[in-house]
Design a protein around this ligand. Structure first.
Ligand code: HEM
Length: 542
């Protein structure tokens, strides 16, 4: 994982580098490497650089007017295809442009080198975006502010408490049996749905099944309780949570288009509040249930398993209000992301037998006779990892991330920006840029491999094709603010995909239709993905 630059020890620019070096570091022609960028950005005092008058300002940047932008969103149909707008504007204005969304002025950056420059200056307490609408809701309800809406130092404290259990390899490995148990239930669920279908093979809308899987897996880990989301009768609260996530994410991206003063009178604000109430309520009930169990266990003199939630609840760094909101956020962050990534992976595998076969061969050679993969086995499955990487490249679940640089003025390219400038990191445009990834629109896991495969032998991709520009692929973000669930997500993705491959050949229900992504804050399929799961061994039982 790449680390973030810190501007903690700023040195006067004059002591470190001449104006020439500075301009070279930010210049268009002379692109620095990631480590050079890190050194220079760490070391310079940006205000001093601005005094040189060599840099341009926000007003010098090109970009669409508000009316242009609204026209594109509302009349040209980009409102739910905001990810595509990144490339449209990049082609029009180049890799850096400004735009205004509601009351937010945003600087869009759409090249790996410029993203590197922004992230190297994100400071000690990186802020993604001032989630004022989330914050307003939480303050209105008297809740804790959680990861997304807290101020810098409170956020940092929360991450220090959350990180060890979720980002340390050893801690995450302890979740493997739970994840496998839930994957086992997913396989049973797929078997059940196949048996109900007319052709005894089709599962309609696999994303919705994988969503229930994601919900079950994340909550099994967070709440140390199985909820039964993969049973035939889904718990009412799970359905409520699923609807609420959908509403909240859809409304969240709409609300910011309106000025803050108008929010409380907007009908969509009421729906946004209702969605959050439901989310919070479901999570709170689950936590209450677990707390009651812990109390009973203690009263009976039984040891309480030291699992994730138990650790958070017993931490003196987090109040119960913090735990409630943070766990809701973890649940929110962990369900849609993994389920959509799995959906897109299966969508592509079903359409590409060569890749699917190659993946099957790898899995069955590392885990013959359908042995359940252990965490150690994953290091022997580079193709499996490459398939997931390639899926996240084509469909970055978070198609555009953001950084609000609050601690310092910053320089990006040849422009100077005052502190509190909001940067939009256009990951989708970069992932689909032919100058960054050869054959960018094709699904080619080989581009991530270091070792030879038959396709590479045919000459299309060589071992060097796995060398990509720094910051061209950061689906989980990077640094201190990077995804807290990355390791857990990877484990879920690898275990699920490998076990599905052991059991089934996956084919599309209708190979003639292409399914495109739409943006609903996250990148999701625009219509249901229906797949046929054919047993590799017709006599196999799940
Ligand atoms: C394929 C799966 C996933 C992807 C692609 C993904 C991606 C991301 C990205 C891009 C960010 C923003 C990082 C940044 O700003 O640098 C993020 C943040 C976050 N993710 Fe994930 N994520 C995934 C799975 C998960 C899971 C499983 C969980 C929870 C168990 C989770 C919880 C979170 C949380 C809570 C944050 C906010 C962290 C903060 O602001 O400090 N994510 N994720």
């Amino acid at each position: 994982m790449l680390s973030t630059g810190r501007l903690g020890h700023t040195l006067r620019v004059s002591e470190l580098c001449t104006r020439t070096l500075l301009v070279a570091a930010v210049g268009v022609e002379l692109r620095p490497s990631a480590s050079q960028v890190k050194f220079v950005w760490r070391s310079l005092n940006v205000s001093a650089a601005a005094e040189t008058n060599s840099l341009k300002g926000i007003d010098d940047l090109p970009g669409p007017s508000i009316s242009n932008d609204l026209y594109m969103l509302l009349f040209k149909g980009y409102l739910n295809k905001i990810h595509l707008l990144q490339s449209v504007y990049k082609n029009l204005y180049g890799p850096i442009w400004r735009s205004k969304v509601g009351s937010y002025m945003m600087i869009n950056v759409a090249s790996p080198a410029l993203i590197a420059q922004v992230l190297q200056q994100e400071g000690r307490y990186p802020v993604r975006f001032e989630m004022k609408h989330w914050r307003d809701y939480r303050e209105m309800r008297g809740q804790a502010l959680g990861l997304h809406a807290s101020d810098a130092t409170d956020w940092h404290q929360l991450r220090r408490t959350l990180n060890p259990g979720l980002l340390k390899q050893k801690e995450v490995a302890a979740f493997a049996p739970t994840v496998h148990q839930v994957v086992g239930d997913l396989l049973k669920r797929i078997e059940f749905l196949r048996s109900c279908s007319q052709d005894q093979a089709t599962v309609s809308n696999i994303a919705s099944e994988l969503y229930k899987f994601g919900f079950e897996a994340t909550s099994a880990i967070l709440f140390e309780t199985r909820l039964g989301c993969l049973e035939q009768n889904i718990p009412k609260d799970t359905m409520r949570f699923i609807t609420a996530v959908n509403d909240m994410l859809t409304l969240s991206q709409l609300i910011v288009l309106f000025p803050r003063w108008s929010w409380s009178v907007l009908p969509i604000w009421k729906r946004f509040v209702k969605a959050w109430d439901d989310l919070y309520d479901v999570a709170e009930k689950l936590i209450d249930r677990r707390v009651a169990e812990i109390v009973n266990q203690v009263q009976r003199g039984e040891p309480t398993e030291s699992m994730y939630l138990t650790k958070l609840l017993s931490s003196d760094q987090m109040s119960r209000a913090d735990v409630n909101v943070t766990v809701t956020e973890l649940l929110l962050g962990g369900v849609d992301t993994t389920s959509n990534t799995l959906t897109w992976a299966l969508y592509h595998l079903s359409r590409d037998h060569r890749v699917q076969n190659q993946l099957y061969m790898e899995v069955s050679s590392v885990c013959p006779d359908r042995q359940v993969p252990a965490t150690d086995d994953l290091s022997k499955m580079p193709y499996l990892k490459a398939v997931i990487k390639e899926t996240l490249r084509l469909y970055p679940v978070v198609p555009g991330n953001a950084r609000l640089i609050t601690e310092n003025d910053v320089i990006v390219d040849k422009y100077w920006f005052p502190k509190k400038t909001l940067f939009h990191l256009c990951h989708y445009a970069i992932s689909h840029d032919e100058t960054v990834f050869t054959d960018a629109e094709s699904f080619v896991p080989e581009r991530w491999l270091r070792t030879k495969t038959p396709l590479m032998a045919a000459g299309t991709y060589g071992p060097d094709s796995c060398k990509h520009q720094p910051y061209s692929f950061i689906p989980f973000g990077v640094g201190l603010r990077g995804c807290v669930g990355k390791r857990l997500a990877e484990m879920e993705l690898y275990f699920t995909l490998s076990r599905l491959m052991q059991l089934y050949t996956v084919i599309p229900e209708d190979a003639t239709t292409t399914i495109n992504p739409i943006t609903r804050t996250l990148l999701v399929p625009e219509e249901p993905v229906n797949l046929r799961f054919q047993l590799r061994d017709p006599g196999a039982s799940v």
